[in-house]
Design a protein around this ligand. Structure first.
Ligand code: PXL
Length: 273
């Protein structure tokens, strides 16, 4: 099983590739990487971070890969620094995804009701088009509202949100919906709208979306169903968030997910979920 993770490398702050690589490897999956940008830290809360856009290098890497005839079972995209990179990811899907492969888009654009630095309305428009090519999209609630073109609410109307998102992608999975001490993942199955909730922890936890998405991909790569993958990934993320709330004073430095990998793997490989 070969997964291609397309995402940035934030050298410090535990998000994107520095989260996907360890989690997918722990899941027993080959994680090949296509780094979209190199940042000194992620952009959430640090001042003065550096960012090297790698678009030109991506073209050279892809040209080389073509000569190798590489094909992937799963392509999973995350933080894309520019509209040009969105177009490139669409090309990569067409050229490098196996005929029966799975394309998963985490439309990383914002959180807490706001877009991250550098993202624009045109970017959102292009991201909608990329979502139309995906088998699964994994927005948080902020990204979901932007994609669905509805005003941001912490707890939006789920039927409306899911109905709008399914016009983009048949299987939207929206993370981080908080209500009355629980945090839920809302998703769509063949039976309609579904929800999986765990106990919420007060506060904002950087990189939680990347931990969830990477674990979800790792579970699918191991043959789990969508529902099983949602549950396993949500339990893992919640456990990491709980631990981080107790152990990590500065939440910009990301989740202590490493300490929860072993229990996650026990659930993934050992127990029925
Ligand atoms: O975790 C999402 C993310 C990924 N990559 C970069 C980011 C962020 C969120 O702020 O800044 C560079």
């Amino acid at each position: 099983m070969r997964v291609l993770a397309i995402n940035d490398i934030s050298c410090v702050g535990k998000c994107s590739l520095s989260v996907s690589l360890p989690i997918l490897s722990a899941c027993g999956v080959t994680c090949d990487v296509l780094p979209t940008a190199l940042l000194s830290t992620h952009t959430g809360g640090f001042q003065g971070y550096t960012c090297l856009d790698l678009t030109d290098e991506l073209q050279a890497i892809l040209a080389h890969w073509k000569t190798l005839g590489l094909q992937f079972d799963i392509i999973y995209s995350g933080y894309l620094g520019s509209i040009e990179q969105i177009r490139l990811v669409s090309d990569i899907r067409r050229e490098f995804l196996k005929a029966n492969g799975t394309f998963i888009v985490d439309p990383v654009m914002g959180d807490g009701g706001k877009l991250y630095a550098g993202f624009t309305l045109t970017y959102i428009e292009r991201m909608r088009a990329l979502c139309k090519e995906a088998d699964y999209v994994l927005p948080n609630v902020t990204e979901a509202c932007y994609l669905a073109d509805i005003p941001y609410e912490k707890t939006p109307s789920i039927p409306l949100l899911m109905q709008k998102l399914t016009t983009l992608c048949p299987r939207p999975i929206v993370t981080g919906i908080t209500e009355n001490n629980v945090i839920s993942v809302k998703y769509v199955s063949e039976y309609g709208n579904e929800s999986y909730s765990t106990k919420s922890v007060e506060g904002f936890f950087h990189g939680a979306g990347d931990v969830f998405s990477s674990a979800f991909v790792g579970c699918l790569a191991n043959g789990k169903t969508q529902e099983q993958a949602v549950r396993l990934a949500a339990d893992f993320t919640t456990a990491a968030v709980k631990r981080t709330a107790k152990e990590v004073p500065d939440k910009r430095y990301g989740l202590n997910f490493e300490a929860e990998i072993f229990p996650f793997l026990k659930n993934l490989f050992g127990e029925k979920k």
